[in-house]
Write a protein that binds this ligand. Structure first.
Ligand code: COS
Length: 398
């Protein structure tokens, strides 16, 4: 099923149809002319952010009060954007996604002043955002983070520590930074702050090279002074701020994987229909047909899970923790299988640099890890299922 057919599902309204059509048209016309990320990934990202800002696409990542498309973040729009961009250009998807993830916590928990100060420039592509949660010893286990915020006078805190695997690290203008503020041990003692990249004491310790080039870095915080008014939510709310933001953006990771998977399926079908083998098209072989059939079914199942999660959130569910985790886990895992099959169907061409499926093979890998690895999503889903069983048992006992 194509994206156009998916759009006929009842999850969508006219605004989604318009957005998807205009974005696809813009992406086909503009993305091929932007610099590729191979030589200068920072310049390639900046070019994408600017182009998307100029075209009004980044309005999707901010609320209407700051010039955005919808009153609140519309998860279906975010997912459509990532699917459409992911189908065409992994770096464009990355740049779009990070503008959203990097400011999602400001949109959800920021004061009016913080929203007014930071969101318009992100919307216009004039400012780049980053989400600084992970640490060397606190990736999956967020509550183990060690970067600290200590009070300084009545109005400031000082941040000390290091964050790593930070997307847009080194090119971002603002970061949402999660720190241990000490109100309680573990998850209840974290807070979130907006920190400007040029704050004295905030430095890029190292840039990290990855298989599919993206800006990624380790950041050092050495006595970085931040006003209390830059806090998102209350003291000790940091874990909730992080998880609520991820509840929205995990579905969008699934959507990006869906875009990659749809593209791989497209490439698989095109190649197998035209490549001759044993005197007939490759597609005549039943094993090729099995690869196509399994991939097409997984694409549809991923789309259903991704847009179910997005629709549920947009319709006002306070939490979509289980739905978003399922969407992210299934869509990223199945995209990996689909892309691997597409590489296999392409034979030697599939591992040749510059061939689309080879690029997708490298692009998909990180999505099974970032914003919560598959193993974390399994923990989250199982906990939610067990929680709902305990709730039902407690109700039955009353
Ligand atoms: N929305 C709002 N609140 C949430 C929440 C959510 N989605 N998930 C958990 N919470 C709340 C819980 O209700 C709990 O509140 P109380 O203490 O009031 O009961 C609190 O937060 C702690 O939750 P929990 O006990 O589940 O915390 P854990 O430390 O056990 O969390 C996991 C475990 C693994 C689920 C969490 O650390 C996680 O998601 N890790 C992956 C992080 C990630 O995605 N990293 C990638 C970085 S971005 S590239």
């Amino acid at each position: 099923m194509s994206l156009a057919e998916t759009l006929s599902w009842p999850f969508f309204d006219d605004s989604h149809h318009r957005f998807a059509t205009e974005l696809a048209r813009w992406a086909d016309a503009t993305l091929p002319s932007l610099p590729h990320g191979e030589h200068d990934v920072d310049a390639a990202c900046r070019a994408r952010v600017k182009a998307m800002g100029d075209a009004g696409i980044l309005k999707a990542v901010v609320p209407a009060a700051q010039g955005g498309l919808h009153k609140q973040l519309d998860v279906r729009t975010l997912c459509l954007a990532r699917e459409i961009l992911g189908f065409r250009d992994g770096l464009a998807d990355f740049s779009f996604a990070m503008q959203g993830l990097g400011t999602g916590a400001i949109t959800l928990f920021g004061s009016e002043d913080l929203k007014a100060r930071y969101l318009p420039d992100v919307r216009d592509g004039k400012s780049i955002a980053g989400f600084a949660l992970s640490e060397a010893e606190a990736g999956s286990d967020v509550a183990a983070m060690a970067t600290t915020a200590t009070p300084e006078g009545p109005n400031h805190v000082r941040l000390n520590g290091a964050k790593t695997w930070i997307s847009n690290g080194g090119i971002a203008d603002i970061y949402v930074v999660f720190v241990r503020s000490g109100e309680a041990p573990g998850a209840r003692g974290l807070s979130a702050y907006v920190v400007e990249a040029n704050a004295p004491g905030l430095t890029v310790a190292e840039r990290i090279e990855v298989i599919a080039p993206h800006p990624l870095a380790t950041l050092n915080f050495d006595q970085v002074r931040v006003p209390l008014t830059n806090r998102l939510g209350g003291p000790g709310d940091g874990f909730k701020v992080a998880m609520s933001t991820l509840d929205i953006f995990r579905s969008t990771v699934g959507a990006a994987a869906l875009g990659f998977a749809r593209r791989a399926l497209h490439e698989m079908i095109e190649h197998s229909a035209t490549r001759q083998l044993f005197g007939a098209p490759l597609a005549d072989l039943q094993l090729t047909q099995a690869a196509i059939a399994d991939s097409a079914t997984e694409v549809d199942a991923s789309a259903l899970l991704v847009y179910r999660a997005a629709w549920t959130k947009d319709k006002g569910a306070p939490r979509v923790t289980r739905e978003a985790a399922m969407a992210k886990m299934f869509a990223t895992e199945s995209a990996q299988h689909i892309i691997d099959r597409a590489v296999q169907v392409h034979g030697g061409l599939g591992v040749t640099k510059g061939v689309k499926v080879e690029e997708l093979y490298r692009e998909i890998r990180a999505l099974r890890i970032y914003e919560g690895a598959t193993e974390v999503q399994k923990i989250v889903i199982a906990r939610e299922m067990l929680k709902s069983r305990s709730t039902k048992s407690a109700q039955a006992a009353e």
